[in-house]
Design a protein around this ligand. Structure first.
Ligand SMILES: NC(=O)c1ccc[n+]([C@@H]2O[C@H](COP(=O)([O-])OP(=O)(O)OC[C@H]3O[C@@H](n4cnc5c(N)ncnc54)[C@H](OP(=O)(O)O)[C@@H]3O)[C@@H](O)[C@H]2O)c1
Length: 300
């Protein structure tokens, strides 16, 4: 794993000018900032989103700065939306060089109280959404003999950090396994597949959390643990990073001639992965519980 101290000089790479990038979930947060940063670095960037009504801000910046950013409709849950978007980007450009699988959300509530349908929906976006877009672009990248796929995982993709996010953690663990395995499949075709693992990021992520239907944090049998977790969330986000910090790491990764498998982002991610490596499972579990329930935070 690389050290977390990335060089943030976003060097101008003139060879990006000929490259075509597709970013999912660009209406806010990490996807928004990544689309802008890629376009500002001369990638012809398709900032995709499921609801184009949210594209005005990006369109205005692109027009003002005269950067090569276009918006396109793409709902990662929907086969034909993914196929239509990818087909028309390929028709327009003849290629796709970079895919950033970013779209995702968090389902909040106890596993016991979540319906199978809600858990399936979580996987539909966070896991099958990645599968859908990846399957759509790989044939083109394979024929080109090059390409890069960035999968936005999470620190929660390598450690079950918080309770009431079981399906979220499971979906991100699934992305980690998919990426590790597919990296071997794609190696012979000169296609890089990379994991970016953010810690806490101040995006719209918390506002976009979906709560399990009927999950009442006061009346749930899990109320005591929920309250402890809410109190700990402050320390969880105390050392948070900005979406643009993730975008900068993505740019560094995709400009690398030989990208690493994993790129953690944020001081909390650094502490979490250090603890993951150094502590026994029992001590790690204790550390995680102290970090959010006793409000000690993840950066020590
Ligand atoms: N924020 C964090 O602390 C954090 C930490 C680790 C990892 N991450 C990961 O980072 C990624 C981006 O999250 P964020 O922090 O930038 O949160 P965000 O601001 O809530 O952005 C999430 C994006 O995903 C989009 N999206 C959700 N479902 C979609 C679908 N079916 N099709 C297309 N787009 C869809 C949202 O679109 P709408 O506007 O239409 O809802 C939004 O653009 C996620 O995969 C998340 O799991 C976030």
């Amino acid at each position: 794993m690389p050290t977390i101290m990335y060089s943030y000089s976003t060097t101008y790479h003139s060879n990006n000018m000929a490259k075509v990038a597709v970013v999912t979930g660009s209406s806010s947060g990490i996807g928004y900032e990544t689309s802008l940063l890629l376009a500002r670095n001369q990638f012809t960037t398709y900032a995709t989103m499921r609801n184009l009504n949210k594209s005005e801000g990006l369109r205005e910046i692109a027009a003002k700065e005269k950067i090569p950013l276009k918006v396109a409709q793409l709902d990662v849950n929907n086969d034909s939306s993914v196929d239509n978007a990818v087909d028309s980007i390929i028709k327009e450009n003849g290629k796709i060089n970079l895919l950033v699988n970013n779209a995702g959300y968090d389902l909040f509530g106890s596993l016991e109280e979540a319906s199978i349908e809600e858990i399936r929906e979580q996987f539909e976006t966070n896991f099958f959404g990645v599968v859908r877009t990846t399957k759509a672009v790989v044939p083109t990248m394979r024929k080109q003999g090059s390409g890069t796929i960035v999968n936005i995982s999470s620190v929660g993709g390598r450690l079950g950090l918080t309770p009431f996010g079981t399906a979220y953690h499971a979906s991100k663990f699934a992305i980690e396994g998919l990426t590790e395995s597919q990296r071997h499949e794609l190696a012979d075709f000169n296609i890089n597949i990379i994991l970016v693992e953010p810690g806490a990021i101040r995006s719209n992520f918390v506002d976009n959390i979906k709560t399990v239907k009927g999950f009442d944090s006061n009346k749930s049998p899990y109320a005591k643990t929920v309250q402890q977790m809410f109190q700990g969330l402050e320390s969880f986000f105390a050392s948070s990073s900005q979406p643009v910090d993730v975008a900068q790491v993505i740019l560094i990764a995709v400009n690398s001639p030989s990208p690493e498998l994993r790129y953690p982002v944020g001081k909390d991610a650094e502490s979490i992965f250090k603890a993951r490596t150094e502590l026994s499972d029992r001590d790690l579990e204790k550390w995680v519980r102290e970090s959010y329930m006793e409000k000690k935070g993840f950066v020590r």
